[in-house]
Design a protein around this ligand. Structure first.
Ligand code: SAM
Length: 461
């Protein structure tokens, strides 16, 4: 039985998603009962984390087996140094993706709730469910006299209603585990500067997974499986010039540079200035010199003067061998996501921006170059409908097969042919979601039990 509610969405958003998952083409393909069952499973699985942690390893710096062994040693220190249990036996290589290690997540576990409550924001609550400790800025409410060393239960605020500095909260919240306060309440809320560092160290999380805080920073990078697949599908080669148009915090940028053995150039753009530092820090941490990060609005990234060759943006048309458009999106595939307060208007604001970015992407790509479009959402409007629009708008583009193809095909509903849908890669956790499932080996479960994600690969002729 689930101890978790389904994802909490505005009714208008639930209705919209239902109309997507029960669209005419889906009903014709699988029938009403199956389509509705998939939709209900989607709402449930979105609020739960995947049953494993995915780590992308720096195979440009060391062989996979060596990193696997080192990771085992590090994680053994976290559990119990005297334990005879071989932790590295639980760290499994992905059967097809050569730079991925998978670690099982244990949960939901039976954890008893305590009377002392700390309430955290939804984003912080989701991070705790994936193995993080509670960082002080994520804390919204704590007991009035909370002292460092107190044992507390941590709850995630589902509807964004808890006021910062509250001493209790009666709104909708979900229990995510127990921890020990590392700070007094006064150090969290009554300071001129926002408090930093771990506020509550989780000792009995609902979902137990290793903490990667400071663990092999140059060799092990936490990344969702579909995001790793994106880098491989783009297929960068050493010496090429690649553009990552919406790059922060740079997980995919760094993967691209690593796949190129750090030879060539990966230009990373993002519109938000303070996110650029994150891209640079990640590249530095992973020892990658080929990443060049700039703060820039990618819709404006094509320069008017094709003769002008700047080092940074804007760039002349046809400047790049490959372009990744990992588009800003409604993010409705993220897991765990226990609640979103977004309106339908906010969700529907993304497709026009994605199309503007797509126009720039096509212009910046060389003829014969590869364009990959990806999102971490589940709507048709941001995925298959964008592909249908792109094929109609840019006759120079053709859909390409993807390697590896470990997700499902595209979802019917946007008028694409069955052959075109087969070329798309949609990660649809609802298709394999089964809460009681514990017997299937982790390596077989991994490709289905992911965040919701979408990938399309095009060639510019
Ligand atoms: N590719 C990133 C990774 O793997 O780490 C995640 C990218 S996230 C899905 C989308 C990013 O697009 C955000 O960081 C956002 O700031 C950026 N963004 C939104 N509009 C943009 C624009 N017009 N130009 C450039 N970046 C933009």
């Amino acid at each position: 039985m689930s101890i978790f509610p389904r994802i909490s969405l505005k009714p208008e958003v639930t209705e919209y998603l239902k109309s997507v998952f029960l669209n005419k083409e889906v009903l014709a393909a699988v029938g009403h009962q199956e389509a509705d069952c998939r939709f209900q499973k989607l709402l449930t699985c979105l609020s739960h984390p995947p049953s494993y942690t995915c780590v992308r390893v720096s195979t440009h710096l060391a062989p996979l087996e060596e990193i696997r062994h080192k990771l085992g040693e590090e994680l053994k220190k976290q559990t119990c140094s005297s334990s005879e249990q071989d932790v590295s036996a639980q760290i499994l290589p992905h059967p097809r993706i050569t730079d991925v290690l998978l670690l099982p997540v244990d949960g939901p576990r039976a954890v008893e709730q305590l009377s002392s409550e700390v309430v955290v924001g939804a984003q912080c609550g989701s991070a705790v469910l994936r193995g993080a400790h509670v960082f002080a800025p994520g804390i919204l409410a704590s007991p009035k006299y909370m002292k460092a060393g107190d044992v507390v239960s941590v709850f995630s605020d589902l509807e964004g209603r808890c006021t910062r500095g509250a001493t209790s909260f009666q709104g909708k919240k979900v229990f995510v585990g127990n921890g020990v306060a590392e700070m007094d309440r006064s150090s969290i809320f009554c300071t001129d500067e926002p408090a930093r560092g771990v506020g509550v160290r989780m000792v009995e999380p609902l979902y137990q997974s290793p903490s990667f805080d400071g663990v092999l920073p140059s060799l092990a990078f936490l990344q969702n499986l579909p995001s790793v697949v994106v880098g491989h599908v783009l297929g960068p080669r050493p010496g090429e010039r690649i553009l990552d148009m919406c790059a922060a915090p740079g997980g995919k940028t760094c993967h691209i540079a690593a796949l190129m053995k750090d030879q060539g150039e990966v230009v990373a753009l993002d519109r938000i200035r303070n996110k650029i530092d994150r891209i640079r820090q990640n590249a530095q941490m992973l020892h990658l010199q080929s990443v060049k990060a700039y703060c820039f609005n990618s819709t404006q990234a094509v320069s008017g003067d094709s003769a002008q060759e700047n080092e940074g943006p804007p760039f002349p048309a046809e400047s790049f061998d490959r372009v990744l458009l990992d588009a800003p999106c409604s993010g409705l595939g993220q897991r765990p996501n226990m609640g979103s307060t977004w309106s339908l208007k906010e969700i529907c604001s993304y497709p026009p921006l994605q199309r503007k970015l797509f126009h720039a992407a096509v212009r910046l790509l060389k003829k014969g170059g590869v364009l990959v479009y990806s999102t971490c959402t589940v709507t048709l409007a941001e995925n298959e409908e964008q592909v249908a629009w792109a094929l109609e708008t840019f006759p120079c583009l053709t859909l390409q097969p993807q390697e590896p193809h470990v997700g499902a095909g595209g979802m019917p509903g946007a008028g694409l042919s069955p052959e075109q849908l087969r070329l798309l890669q949609r990660f649809s956790p609802e298709l394999s979601w089964d809460q009681t499932e514990t017997t299937t080996p982790l390596q077989c479960r991994a490709d289905g039990d992911t965040i919701g994600f979408f990938i399309a690969k095009f060639l510019k002729n």
